[in-house]
Design a binder for this molecule. Structure first.
Ligand code: HEC
Length: 210
């Protein structure tokens, strides 16, 4: 997406008339002007196709209620979270932990799924862009909570392993409107990559727990 295109979409949102468009159809994104902006300003390029603009149910409902300035109704929240929970695929061999060194590379790597990335090559997880996970790296982001000393603080019980796996698989299982990418559900990371990232969080020798 170009800067000009994103600016156009943002101003398109801001310019929408909440009472008329959202109220009448119940669909805040249905206005002709907004649909025209999407159609005119975005083009498919390689694997980054405009199909990606089609919102999931969670994205749609969370954006809609955010736009209306209302809390997400409990029934919708529950449905999104329960559906996400029921679709989590746990490791087939029951082993949650891979290699933390490979996990660190994945956590640092923000590449993948963009038009100029080669399709079929492994994606990064970009965890450090949102989470502080290791000491002495000022480039880590803070959109998500700090995960430094993750297993040191919580232990590594079966319940923590399962919870952490499900979080990474699809964070919507715990928070319908989570900002965290659903790494398993959307096939961003493979099962082995998820195990490596799990080891980064859980292994006592990983820099996360040092
Ligand atoms: C775009 C930002 C973003 C990225 C990238 C991201 N996360 Fe998150 N993550 C969040 C946010 C925000 C939360 C807080 C909970 C929520 O929104 O549901 C979270 C929550 C978590 C939690 C639960 C923390 C707790 O206190 O229970 C774990 C574990 C986690 N993330 C691990 C990861 C791992 C591992 C990666 C990389 C594979 C990753 N995250 C990538 C934003 C992100």
């Amino acid at each position: 997406m170009t800067a000009a295109a994103s600016a156009a979409v943002l101003s398109g949102c801001a310019g929408m008339d909440k009472s008329a468009s959202a109220g009448a159809s119940g669909d805040p994104f249905a206005t002709a002007s907004f649909q025209k902006i999407l159609k005119d300003d975005f083009v498919s390029k390689g694997q980054a196709s405009v199909d990606r603009l089609k919102q999931t149910k969670a994205q749609y409902e969370c954006s809609k209620y955010d736009y209306l300035g209302q809390p997400l109704p409990d029934a919708i929240r529950k449905e999104i979270e329960t559906t996400a929970q029921s679709k989590v695929v746990y490791p087939k061999d029951g082993q949650y932990l891979g290699d933390w060194k490979a996990g660190l590379k994945i956590a640092e790597d923000g590449k993948g799924l963009q038009w100029n990335d080669k399709p079929g090559t492994p994606n990064g997880g970009n965890c450090l862009a949102c989470h502080k996970m290791i000491a002495n790296d000022p480039s880590q982001g803070n959109i998500g909570p700090e995960l430094y000393h993750y297993a040191k603080l919580r232990g590594n019980s079966e319940a923590i392993l399962k919870y952490t796996w499900a979080r990474i698989y699809n964070s919507e299982a715990f928070n319908a409107c989570s900002y965290m990418p659903p790494f398993g559900e959307h096939h961003i990371l493979t099962e082995q990559q998820m195990k490596d990232v799990m080891a980064l969080l859980m292994d006592p020798n990983s820099p996360v727990n040092k």
